[in-house]
Design a binder for this molecule. Structure first.
Ligand SMILES: C[S@@+](CC[C@H](N)C(=O)[O-])C[C@H]1O[C@@H](n2cnc3c(N)ncnc32)[C@H](O)[C@@H]1O
Length: 349
């Protein structure tokens, strides 16, 4: 998995237990990010629809949620990955923008990323291998980056991992069916069929994923955009189309209320951080639109970036780490008997 702000790595077992206790056959993950929660649902045999605005999330969801490992020829994937790993390096847009003008990756890895990404586009764009190969490239690039985990800045000194050679590995497809959708949750949700369980994990502050992970957007879109500033962000980071209502303090509560009205699901699970814009009581109140509400407060190890320290745009450390733990509220809302049953099954977790 890529390093990702707000990723639910440590909460996955609890969320999977909630899904299992709900006996859901169908589920929706509306802010799927890395897809790790959607994957854990799929591993339970649940048919999952995974939604996110990010292009790289779509690649992950096409790979791990939509593809059924039983319906593909695994050796084609293994062979293609070996072929990509053996390609000669070839400097292009990625090397120039992200390794020379900025220093997110060492040039020897950037040149291989350029060569591999061009080759995927030229040879696999209409193949079932397209998304798994892109996922494999994203994961490989993430393992050799030189950041604290977000792409607002690169480190002043090369990270140790950036010296390792880029190596694509098998993304390990999962059995079962599912659906991947790239789009705004507020627009997509009303158009979807009803599901048994919907999981909502919206952003919880003004920091936008499109800006924080602009390199992954560019690596997937492969559109060689104009860029600006020391961080060399895509210029469309500034356009309204790439902004989310969930990243705006005044707009977010209304957006959440709208979602609570429009998501077609028997049970809703919402996770939200205690340092965010809506407090515990407001969250409970909002979820009451769906019926009975139970809430769990889970002590959560903070994202690694906040433990390493605060860096400015030149990658210099300008502050010390904040608190290393915070709380994630997990709310379950829906029919009273069902919600109480789920809560009773998992509250000891
Ligand atoms: C807290 S993260 C989700 C993390 C995810 N649960 C995981 O474990 O990887 C929030 C996600 O919401 C996405 N997002 C932001 N605004 C959105 C919107 N309006 N509709 C759909 N997805 C959105 C972001 O791209 C990001 O991936």
């Amino acid at each position: 998995m890529i390093k990702y702000l707000g990723s639910k790595r440590t909460l996955v077992p609890l969320l999977a237990n909630i899904a299992a206790a709900s006996s859901a056959k169908t589920a929706l993950d509306l802010f799927t990010g890395t897809t790790r929660v959607a994957r854990s649902f799929k591993e339970l045999g649940i048919e999952v629809t995974a939604v996110d605005t990010a292009s790289y999330s779509e690649v992950f969801a096409k790979t791990w949620i939509e593809l059924d490992s039983r319906s593909v020829n695994q050796s084609e994937l293994t062979d293609a990955i070996a072929e990509l790993n053996a390609l000669p390096a070839k400097a292009g847009y990625f090397t120039k923008v992200f390794c020379e003008d900025a220093r997110y990756f060492q040039p020897q890895n950037g040149e291989r990323i350029d060569a591999i990404r061009d080759f995927i586009e030229a040879n696999y764009s209409s193949s079932w291998l397209y998304h798994p190969l892109l996922a494999s490239l994203l994961l490989a690039a993430d393992r050799v980056d030189s950041t604290t985990g977000v792409q607002m800045a690169y480190l002043k000194q090369w990270s140790r991992r950036s010296a390792s050679a880029l190596k694509l590995t098998d993304p390990a497809l999962l059995p079962g069916g599912g659906l991947a959708i790239r789009g705004d949750a507020l627009e997509v949700a009303p158009a979807l069929d009803a599901v048994d369980l919907a999981y909502l994990d919206p952003p919880y502050n003004q920091h936008r994923y499109f800006a924080n992970y602009h390199i992954w957007e560019t690596l997937v879109r492969w559109d060689a955009p104009d860029s600006y500033g020391i961080a060399n962000k895509r210029t469309d980071v500034r356009t309204p189309e790439t902004k989310s209502r969930f990243n705006s303090k005044p707009a977010m509560p209304l957006a959440m209320r709208e979602l609570m009205q429009t998501v077609k699901a028997e049970t809703i699970v919402l996770s939200y951080n205690n340092e965010a814009w809506l407090n515990r009581d407001e969250l409970i109140e909002m979820c009451k639109a769906r019926g009975h509400v139970e809430i769990m407060d889970v002590d959560f190890k903070r994202y690694i970036g906040s433990q390493i320290g605060v860096y400015n745009k030149s990658g210099e450390r300008v502050g010390n780490p904040g608190a290393t733990r915070n709380t994630e509220h997990i709310l379950i809302a829906g029919d009273k008997t069902r919600v109480k049953k789920i809560f009773a099954a998992v509250k000891g977790d």
